[in-house]
Design a protein around this ligand. Structure first.
Ligand code: PLP
Length: 370
């Protein structure tokens, strides 16, 4: 099955823009084909006066090596957000996407911006993916099924077997897009590993990866979309000619070098240790109702009074994400795992809330004003 057959016919037929860089692939030392400045902006040894490579070969090769896919099965873009947007624009016109709420909001936003319908097959009460509900909700209009694994904002991992059931059942009907922004943080011995190793074998599987989380590069806006080579070729037609700024390409290559890989693994190990420590400590706070099991670099935390906890944290200079507007999370905040010191600050504020609550309960029992 050719997954591109699911794309919008006008995109499949589109004659893409041919950029000066692409046309000049043969080389040459005097570049007078892109209306660039012949001089750099200030004295420097960088060619910042030149447009960057549309898909920088060294970066594509390094990322493809790290993710275990072919160079032609990977597209580098400005974060995984760009991948989501490209997919919706390429595959959906008078069509639909399917999401399982509560989940990452950009799937629905990218669809709605394009006038594309969003169908919801909610997660189960324990935030696990309801594969049967997803399959029952898929209509012929659904071209993209988004699965966030681990899920944001709950943090729940998604077993590979569940996603593979979807790709199999939807072969020839829809692409299954797996948002793996947090996959580096999963417990390695679990069943929720990345599906990058199935790219190539499963034509309707797409995996979104990012350098914004474990790789600590949110500021340079860099992410990768892994898919069947025919899907990558199609999406390249939609991309602006020079999406990636040269300094960002240089920084990414530096962070992805062998030393950077070791540093990333150390950061991830620390976050995983903190995930355990902070979950345990939070579970012992009286103001906390429950800590959701997380495979990511954040914790979904249910509070007796989430508004009060959010305010107390803000008063102490700690900003967390208020996720009370999401279905099933009306009493919850999402707390990113920071450095051990930052996490201690969160715990100190919440323990002080516990202290205040103990005092007011004691006052109530003694018939005194709180
Ligand atoms: C599930 C998920 N996907 C994608 C993104 C965006 O990633 P990027 O920075 O690569 O655009 C986020 C950001 O929080 C996210 O939670």
């Amino acid at each position: 099955m050719n997954p591109v057959e699911l794309a919008r016919p006008e995109i499949r037929a589109l004659q893409p823009y041919s950029s000066a860089r692409m046309e000049a692939r043969g080389g040459g030392s005097v570049l007078l084909n892109a209306n660039e400045s012949p001089w750099p902006p200030f004295a420097c040894d960088r060619d910042w006066n030149r447009y960057p490579e549309p898909q920088p070969a060294a970066l594509v090769a390094r990322l493809a090596g790290l993710y275990g896919v072919g160079n032609d099965q990977l597209l580098v873009g400005r974060g995984s957000d760009e991948g989501i947007d490209l997919l919706v624009r390429a595959f959906c016109a008078a069509d639909a996407i399917l999401v399982s709420s509560p989940t990452f909001g950009m799937y629905a936003v990218c669809a709605r911006v394009q006038g594309v319908e969003v169908i919801d097959a909610p997660l189960r009460g324990d935030f696990s993916l309801d594969v049967d509900a997803v399959l029952a909700a898929v209509t012929p209009a659904v071209k993209l099924v988004f699965v966030c694994a681990p899920n944001n904002p709950s943090g729940a991992g998604v077993p590979r077997a569940a996603i593979l059931r979807l790709t199999e059942a939807l072969a020839g009907k829809a692409l299954v897009v797996v948002g793996e922004a947090y996959v580096e943080f999963i417990d390695p011995e679990g069943e929720c590993r990345s599906l990058a190793d199935r790219i190539g074998a499963i034509p309707n599987l797409v995996v979104l990866r990012t350098l914004s989380k474990a790789w600590a590069l949110a500021g340079i806006r860099m992410g990768a979309l892994l898919a069947d080579a025919r899907v990558i070729a199609l999406l390249r037609k939609l991309m602006p000619p020079y999406p990636l700024p040269t300094p960002c390409i240089e920084i990414a290559l530096r962070a992805l070098a062998d030393a950077g890989v070791c540093a990333m693994r150390e950061r991830v190990a620390t976050i995983r240790r903190e995930r355990l420590r902070v979950s345990d400590a939070l579970a012992r706070c009286c103001c906390v109702r429950a800590v959701l099991p997380s495979q990511a670099n954040f914790l979904g935390v249910r509070f007796e009074d989430a508004g009060r906890a959010c305010e107390a944290l803000r008063d102490a200079g700690v900003i967390v994400r208020d996720v009370r507007r999401y279905p099933m999370l009306g009493d919850a905040l999402r707390v990113t795992l920071g450095s051990p010191d930052q996490n201690d600050r969160v715990l100190a504020v919440l323990r002080s809330l516990d202290g205040a609550r103990t005092v007011s309960l004691a006052a109530a029992r003694a018939g005194l004003p709180a």
